[in-house]
Design a protein. Structure first.
Length: 200
């Protein structure tokens, strides 16, 4: 399982807990599903993985549709969180929905679907990577993401400072327990921020 922008750099699934067997896990913005499939196949978690982009889910189903314990859905993260009745043990996002939706609204919706003391893990682009600075406040940075077919889709991305992420989590009744910078081991600057938080 990868959290950063470089393979085999940083932690893996262990940051989500010692044993994931039978745990109800939700991935927000699963892309082509490799992390969700890993958790369902290798760790025996019961994983629901969602992505807004149908093409991503089609690719995920082609590759991992037969993995036991894995459910792949094409839907909007906020809509899913507002309408599901399921309470999850763990919710996570790897450069997914966290950061691509208003953090204060999304984190509050996540907290409502996490069991008490449940865990949230997410990685986002590092707000201090070269050439950027935190967006702060409620204003996102606009850009594009590249899809598997080579096309690009416009996105709004919130890139908060560590202090702002902590405040947004606290407002949603969650507490950051670990904040880690990830990057290339041969370079000085981090490229990703990994945050692990728990609901109160």
């Amino acid at each position: 399982m990868e959290w950063g922008t470089y393979p085999a750099v940083g932690p893996g699934a262990e940051v989500l807990g010692r044993s994931l067997r039978g745990r109800r896990v939700l991935e927000l913005g699963c892309g082509q599903g490799q992390n969700a499939a890993h958790l369902a196949d290798r760790h025996r978690a019961q994983v629901t993985a969602i992505d807004l982009i149908d093409l991503q889910i089609q690719h995920a189903r082609d590759r991992y549709g037969e993995v036991p314990g894995l459910t792949l859905l094409a839907c909007d993260a906020m809509r899913f969180l507002q309408h599901t009745a399921t309470v999850f043990d763990i919710i996570y996002s790897v450069f997914g929905a966290v950061g691509l939706a208003d953090p204060w609204t999304l984190l509050a919706a996540i907290a409502r679907r996490l069991r008490p003391h449940g865990l949230l893990g997410f990685s986002v682009p590092h707000p201090g990577r070269p050439g950027t600075r935190p967006t702060g406040g409620s204003q996102p940075r606009h850009g594009t993401i590249r899809l598997p077919d080579g096309s690009r889709r416009p996105v709004a991305r919130w890139e908060l400072s560590v202090a702002d992420w902590r405040r947004a989590l606290a407002q949603a009744d969650m507490r950051a327990v670990t904040v880690r910078e990830l990057g290339h081991p041969g370079r000085d600057h981090p490229t990703a921020l990994l945050v692990i938080a728990r609901r109160s």
